[in-house]
Write a protein that binds this ligand. Structure first.
Ligand SMILES: NC(=O)c1ccc[n+]([C@@H]2O[C@H](COP(=O)([O-])OP(=O)(O)OC[C@H]3O[C@@H](n4cnc5c(N)ncnc54)[C@H](OP(=O)(O)O)[C@@H]3O)[C@@H](O)[C@H]2O)c1
Length: 391
């Protein structure tokens, strides 16, 4: 029996993970679940999976959950606050930690799991975007295992030579480049002028994937793909010049590795996060995920196109931040989080998301990002500047 902790169990990735785990009660036991303030969802998950511990970031929500669990006669212990998230991530009682908190809030608990040498199913891309160098050093120094859950990185992982997946300084020998596929989101066919008027409701309605709100907006701006380029750089040790983005509207190929001998290996499947989750959980074995088999006949065709940096300025900004190095990518991420939240509250237009990020990047001098304090300080300053610009 492997013990599993899910950070962010009430979100889209958290729910998909529990769905996979429920199919294998003989292999996995859920020991801890966490959320921010979704009391009812976490309560239902505690009823079904009976974890030892449930954590809520929000203290009043934790009190409410504790009362509900006690009334129902359930023995799950309830903790609250940010330190409790780190505590369960590093606990001796867990083998796997699923990092599925959205945004910068996921960094410290995921880092705690790395420092405790856990097997980390990494969905939260912000940990690598904010602190890539430092995070990878902690993974290596503490014997942690990173198992990519982001579908593109999981696809690359599956297409790399056997035995190379766990070499974080893989020199890319034999690899010409990797190609991250992108659906292009809901606005891929819109004219640039029309993007001025798109609404949050339109932006969160992704054509192929069902995801949380923040990542759905990031998919519409293609910042999500930009964050994935940065994530791929750290996971696979490749320079930005060897990481390409290809538009592929059907989301059937989840990414590809282009080798120097002319071979291109692709991983395919229906767009359902349970596939990469099951792959990462069972690696190097395979388990059922519950995902429908891919029917290529009904898919019919696979289309590809170049990703236009003018149409998707967030993608350009992400490459620029990666090349600038240090805390530039943490600054990019923080400004984006503030801008996306403002867009969802209808305080700014869709096209003002990249404008906000570009403004913040131009006003800050990044540092080398060698310590977590430096990273968090630049994250905080970028948020202040982004809010100021939006105002
Ligand atoms: N969804 C996908 O298909 C997908 C694919 C690849 C990668 N990812 C990555 O996976 C991560 C999770 O995405 P998601 O779509 O699952 O997000 P989501 O649906 O918004 O869920 C986020 C989870 O994190 C919790 N949370 C939110 N803010 C928190 C905070 N400040 N402190 C502690 N917990 C907090 C939420 O709890 P409440 O419910 O209480 O708010 C929820 O459990 C993101 O980094 C995303 O980029 C997602």
């Amino acid at each position: 029996m492997q013990a599993v902790t899910i950070l962010g169990s009430t979100g889209s990735i958290g729910v998909s993970t529990l769905n996979v785990l429920a199919q294998h009660p003989d292999k996995y036991r859920v020991v801890a679940l966490t959320a921010n303030h979704s009391v009812d969802s976490l309560y239902e998950q505690c009823q079904q999976f009976q974890p030892d511990i449930a954590v809520m970031l929000d203290v009043p929500s934790a009190d409410l959950l504790a009362t509900k669990l006690k009334t129902a006669g359930l023995r799950t212990q309830v903790l609250s606050g940010a330190r409790a998230l780190e505590q369960v991530a590093a606990s001796d009682g867990t083998d796997y930690v699923v990092a599925a908190i959205v945004g910068a809030a996921g960094l410290l608990p995921t880092l705690a799991a790395a420092r405790a040498g856990k097997k980390i199913l990494l969905a939260n891309k912000e940990a690598l975007v904010m602190s890539g160098g430092l995070f990878m050093r902690e993974v290596e120094a503490n014997g942690a295992t990173l198992l990519p859950v982001d579908s593109e990185h999981n696809a690359i992982w599956q297409c790399l030579p056997v035995g190379k997946q766990q070499q974080y300084h893989y020199d890319g020998k034999g690899v010409r480049r990797i190609m991250l596929t992108a659906s292009g989101g809901p606005f891929r066919d819109f004219d640039l002028a029309d993007l001025e008027h798109v609404t949050p409701e339109q932006a969160v309605a992704h054509p192929n994937w069902s995801m949380g709100q923040k990542i759905s907006v990031d998919s519409a701006t293609m910042m999500n793909k930009g964050l994935e380029v940065i994530e791929a750089h750290w996971l696979f040790g490749l320079p930005s010049q060897k990481i390409d983005v290809v538009l592929h509207r059907q989301s059937i190929i989840h990414s590809m590795v282009d080798y120097v001998d002319g071979s291109v290996l692709a991983q395919m499947g229906n767009p359902d996060m349970r596939t990469p989750i099951a792959n990462a959980l069972a690696w190097p074995e395979r388990i059922d995920s519950g995902v429908e088999p891919l029917d290529l006949i009904s898919v019919g065709r696979l289309d590809f196109a170049a990703a236009d940096h003018q149409h998707f300025p967030c993608l350009r900004l992400a490459y620029q931040a990666l090349d600038a190095g240090g805390t530039s990518t943490a600054i990019l991420n923080a400004a984006n989080e503030v801008a996306v939240a403002a867009f969802l509250k209808k305080q700014i237009k869709f096209t003002e998301i990249p404008r906000t990020i570009e403004n913040v990047l131009s006003r800050m001098t990044p540092n080398d990002g060698a310590t977590i304090e430096q990273i968090l300080a630049d994250d905080t300053q970028a948020r202040v500047l982004a809010k100021e610009f939006i105002k």
